[in-house]
Every structure is written in structure tokens, then in C-alpha cells.
Design a protein around this ligand. Structure first.
Ligand code: MD3
Ligand code: FE
Length: 216
């Protein structure tokens, strides 16, 4: 987005290619931060952030909620997508048009046209929260990409290969960055290192990550 612009923004890092079909679009969400935060406030007022239980009986350090037709959930029974929020018994809040537009735009920029996510998982990290190395495999169709928007405190994103034992590289994701993973990079192991407390001017001591998926 910023490469080759007439007035490149020197405060934004250059876009980065993490794999043949994996991109970090630096600052791609910056023009949309205000409307994203308004959307998240509305979503969490209907479906609050909560810490879910893993199938192994551990409480996740990351708090989460969802919007869209389907939401990702976890409990002792396993990980799955559900049309209802188990906390409220109601449907998840609809995906706001502004979020859908941003996700489609970012996917197109990374070479994935016609991306129609039906699920947006919203993760909230406090200092110390982390996400251990995993693959996203609860979706029906691995041919659709995943788009993720980072807001607030920076995170060290861990990016491995198709096998858990493959080497892992690190990339810092900052406020406004959008990452897109698809095709052969879709099933790569990834995670987030324990978050350091470097308060963000707008969001304070938290990081919010929105991950758009085509789940059904
Ligand atoms: C790479 N969330 O919720 S998003 C997740 O920052 C998750 O909250 C992280 O991983 C977060 O499942 C990272 C970036 C991401 C999402 C999906 C991927 C990276 C991916 C799928 C394949 C490869
Ligand atoms: Fe993931």
C-alpha cells in the first residue's frame, strides 16, 4: 500500500513478505482505527470478552469475542465454530460493514480476490498474555485466506512452517498492521510471544487482534 506512493509515510515500516502467500501490510488499518474501535465497542457490549477454557482444561490467557455469522469457541469438548455465543445464548453480533470492507480490501491487496469472511474472532491481550504455536484448522475451506488486524501494543508474532518442529521466525506486528495468509501459507504454525507491557497511546496496556476467516 505504501510502496511507490507519491508521499510515502516514513513512520510506517515497509510491507513485508513472510511467505509466498503471506504478507504484512504495514499501517493498512490506520485510516480505519476509529471505526474499528467503535465497532469493537458495540460488539463487546453484546458479546463481552471472556477467557475460554481449552479442551485440556486450561484457561486461555487471551480474552476473546466474535462477530459475524459464526464465532470461534473453545471448551472442554473442543474447538469449533458456533452460530451462537455460549455466554449469552444469542447469535454473535453481525459483522459491521466497515470491518468486512477492510478485510476484503486487505485480502485483495495480498492477491486474494473475492474474500467473503463469515467469522471475525477478536482477541484481546493484556501484558503477559500469549498464544502458543498452533494451526488454524477449524475452518471448512483452507483455500480462503485469513486476514488479521493488529491494534494497540506491539506483539512478537511467531511464524513457523507446516510441521510443528519447523524453525520459527519472529516478526513484530504493531498498531495498524494487517497480515494476510493464504494458499500454501494458510496452514503454517504460528503464535504470539508473551506480550510486553509497552502502553500504547490510544489503547493503553492492551493489544486487540481481529482475525477474519471463512469458517463455513
Ligand atoms: C498464520 N491469532 O486467533 S493472528 C488466532 O495475533 C491467532 O491474535 C493471533 O493466531 C493473534 O488463531 C495471530 C495472525 C494469524 C492468523 C491466522 C494464521 C496468522 C496465521 C493462519 C495461518 C498462518
Ligand atoms: Fe491462529
Amino acid at each position: 500500500m505504501f510502496t511507490g506512493e507519491l508521499f510515502p509515510n516514513p513512520w510506517v515500516l515497509p510491507n513485508e513478505q513472510l511467505g509466498p502467500h503471506a504478507w504484512v501490510l504495514r499501517g493498512c488499518a490506520l485510516p480505519h482505527v476509529a471505526e474499528i474501535l467503535v465497532a469493537v465497542a458495540a460488539i463487546e457490549s453484546a458479546s463481552p470478552f471472556r477467557h475460554m477454557l481449552t479442551p485440556g482444561g486450561h484457561t486461555m490467557s487471551v480474552a476473546l469475542t466474535n462477530c459475524g455469522a459464526l464465532g470461534w469457541t473453545s471448551d472442554r469438548q473442543g474447538y469449533r465454530y458456533s452460530a451462537t455465543d455460549p455466554l449469552t445464548g444469542q447469535a454473535w453480533p453481525a459483522m459491521p460493514a466497515a470491518l468486512l470492507r477492510l478485510a476484503r480490501e486487505a485480502a485483495a491487496q495480498a492477491g486474494f480476490g473475492q474474500f467473503t469472511p463469515d467469522a471475525c474472532l477478536i482477541n484481546r491481550y493484556a501484558p503477559g498474555a500469549r498464544m502458543s504455536l498452533h494451526q488454524d484448522r477449524n475452518e471448512q475451506d483452507f483455500s480462503a485466506p485469513i486476514v488479521s488486524v493488529s491494534l494497540g501494543m506491539p506483539a512478537t508474532f511467531l511464524f513457523g512452517g507446516r510441521q510443528r518442529s519447523d524453525p520459527v521466525s519472529k516478526v513484530t506486528l504493531v498498531h495498524g498492521d494487517v497480515a494476510v495468509w493464504g494458499a500454501g501459507d494458510r496452514l503454517r504454525f504460528h503464535g504470539v510471544a508473551p506480550l510486553k507491557d509497552k502502553p500504547h497511546p490510544l489503547l493503553g496496556s492492551q493489544r486487540i487482534n481481529l482475525t477474519f476467516r471463512k469458517a463455513a
